[in-house]
Design a protein around this ligand. Structure first.
Ligand code: SF4
Length: 281
């Protein structure tokens, strides 16, 4: 599949990531999907929005791409897991759409964030989008679980102004239980970002009975503080806003009875990061 190939006139309208979206692929075959992914000529989108204030600094355009290799127990976007579910959008069209907002984004000290799913499942498209955004003078951010960070060269990392790194747990056993995957690659990516002096923010989802082990949080806080390139930490309280998606997709949801953490528990976690000299919220 190339930019020139005729694609259905997909409605690239701003939409909430909290809406369930599946089978948006409009007849794209597995084979053409692989070809498009390899070259980055087409991105597979779950959704995008133009006015986010929680996905990096300022007001931002955010694109949520489809595809993720993790299976987090608390994922609020399980409809992003499969690449083939995404809406195919040619690179040129996505860049053109982003360009419409370039002046507004600058005025609002914002930029462009790629999220997901896991955007590095579509690493070539991500790199081409970031390069195009930088060429338009737009600040760029990558919201990632870090597992596929090695897909980006050191030069490509330079087209990303900020990495929002989601570390699901410091403890390898807990990380595997939460996500189904090992934490080693994630921590290696964090170290590499530090070595390359790339600005990063940590995102930590606090889930009662799963990721609220304060000893582990303290070790993570020390690790991140020692890296020296993490400018901010956001402790994100678990919520149930994605529960309906699990039900509608017919996937077994193990967090049915889990309640959001109390404000006291959230503040205790925030305090552990602050105690290590980090700006945490
Ligand atoms: S990394 Fe994000 S998108 Fe992937 S399963 Fe986990 S929470 Fe969901």
């Amino acid at each position: 599949m190339s930019d020139a190939q005729t694609l259905p006139d997909a409605p690239l309208e701003p939409k909430s990531p909290y809406e369930l979206r599946i089978r948006e692929n409009r007849g794209v075959t597995e084979e053409s999907l692989k070809e498009a992914i390899a070259g980055g000529s087409v991105g597979f989108f779950h959704s995008f929005t133009t006015g986010s204030t929680v996905d990096g600094p300022g007001v931002r355009c955010v694109a949520w791409l489809s595809g993720c290799q993790f299976r987090c127990q608390y994922c609020h976007n399980p409809d992003t897991w499969h690449l083939i579910n995404g809406l195919p959008v040619p690179l040129a069209r996505a860049v053109q759409e982003l360009g419409r907002y370039r002046h507004g984004l600058k005025v609002m000290n914002g930029g462009f964030t790629l999220s997901g799913g896991e955007p590095l499942m579509q690493d070539r498209f991500a790199v081409r989008m970031f390069t195009a955004a930088k060429d338009m003078g737009i600040h760029t951010a990558l919201d990632t679980n870090g597992y596929l960070g090695e897909r980006l060269s050191d030069d490509e990392l330079k087209s990303i102004d900020l990495v929002l790194l989601d570390i699901k747990s410091w403890d390898s056993e807990v990380h595997r239980r939460v996500t189904g995957k090992d934490v080693t690659q994630v921590l290696d990516f964090a170290r590499r970002l530090s070595a390359q002096k790339r600005p990063a923010w940590l995102r930590y989802v606090l889930v009662p009975g799963l990721t609220d082990d304060f000893d582990g949080i303290e070790k993570l806080a020390k690790f991140v503080a020692d890296l020296g390139n993490f400018e901010r930490v956001d402790v994100l309280p678990f919520h149930q806003m994605g529960k309906f998606k699990w039900k509608q997709l017919g996937i077994n949801y193990s967090r049915d009875d889990t309640k959001p953490p109390t404000p006291e528990v959230v503040q205790r976690a925030v305090g552990l990061f602050r105690a290590n000299g980090l700006k945490a919220f």
